[in-house]
Design a protein around this ligand. Structure first.
Ligand code: TXA
Ligand code: MG
Length: 313
């Protein structure tokens, strides 16, 4: 039923292991144009194309041995590869650029839909442009319920932050465009060469074909966010502001104290990150003070990247 809706050019919100996506037939410009309208997303921001089997990649992009190595190691999973595109991919998917972003997701419910549909599906995160990404069907309903007809329920997203994006247009010069749960170090180990890391600052000012849509202000709650390097510099002083810690603080806590994961486990922090931002955004606080995740690679990098964007004004 949903597969036939997708084949007919309609939108379906889908669960993935990272965040919920808003899917359409990636080979149809008209279907993909609906994604941009529903999200209020500028057409300068290209989409990720999701596939179910490796064989599907050949018709979409130019495949090198480096692609096969990474696919072998991390697909299905939260890794997106930016590759030279083939003619079949409509311009609207790539913002008119010559590269296409491709990912093979691992979520079983989404995979079944991909298989039944038999098409590559373009899907950005299923949130209004610029707002916090959705990690549950309820989040999608809250934001886009009046604009889309179909939401496929697949439970809470179990990773919770968007995929790692690697620009692999030049196989020997991979560039990390967006940190995710798969770390730059893991990618280096598989490719056997260094991965260049594009800093958020650089990303924010680059044109649409290198790191499009990675605008500084993104994933943002309406409530102002202030980041803190560690819990030590977060004294809970105002009752109208929220204090969000990585782990559950010891001792007596006031009602405006919150935490991402009781033991400070980073996988747990990533999983609850966006739901926590959404919940606290609705709670009426004047400001949200948030402790950054400890560490510089992998999940810590991904979490802090999303937090920096949430804090950007
Ligand atoms: O985990 C994910 O990747 C989720 C799920 C739904 O798969 N998708 C997701 O899509 O995060 P979106 O649209 O919210 O973020 C995709 C990012 C955007 O910043 C976009 O600019 C970038 O990928 N992107 C897409 N195509 C690109 C390309 N050809 N070159 C460089 N960046 C690209
Ligand atoms: Mg997004």
């Amino acid at each position: 039923m949903l597969a036939s809706r997708l084949r007919a050019g309609e939108l379906v919100a889908v669960p993935t292991e990272t965040v919920y996506g808003l899917a359409a037939n990636a080979l149809s410009s008209a279907a993909c144009a609906r994604i941009f309208r529903a999200k209020g997303r500028p057409v300068s921001d290209p989409l990720i194309v999701h596939i179910e089997r490796l064989a599907q990649i050949e018709e979409l992009a130019v495949v090198t041995p480096a692609v096969r190595k990474l696919a072998d190691a991390f697909w299905p999973g939260p890794l997106t590869l930016v590759l030279p595109k083939r003619a079949i991919v409509p311009d609207i998917v790539t913002a008119g650029g010559s590269s296409v972003a491709i990912r093979m997701p691992s979520h079983p419910v989404f995979r079944r839909l991909l298989r039944l549909t038999g098409l590559p599906l373009a899907a950005p995160s299923a949130n209004p442009f610029g707002y916090v990404s959705p990690t549950s069907a309820e989040h999608v309903r809250d934001n886009l319920g009046s604009r889309i007809r179909f939401i496929l329920e697949g439970g809470p997203a179990y990773i919770g932050v968007e995929s790692t994006i690697v620009d692999l247009r030049e196989p020997r010069r991979p560039v990390l465009l967006r940190p995710g749960s798969i770390s730059a170090v893991e990618i280096e180990q598989v490719l056997g060469c260094p991965v260049k890391i594009r800093s958020s600052a650089k990303r924010a000012i680059k044109g649409p074909h290198i790191a499009p849509g990675l605008l500084a202000r993104h994933y943002s709650p309406a409530t102002p966010v202030i980041l803190h390097d560690s819990a030590v510099d977060m004294s809970v002083s105002r009752s109208d502001e929220a204090y969000v810690f990585v782990r559950k603080p010891a001792g007596k806590r006031s009602l405006n104290c919150h935490w991402f994961d009781s033991r400070g486990n980073l996988a747990g922090v990533a999983r609850t990150l966006f739901a926590t931002l959404r919940r606290l955004d609705r709670a009426g606080y004047r400001r949200l003070h948030i402790e950054k995740a400890p560490g510089v690679d992998g999940l810590a990098a991904a979490i802090n990247d999303r937090l920096r964007r949430a804090a950007a004004r």
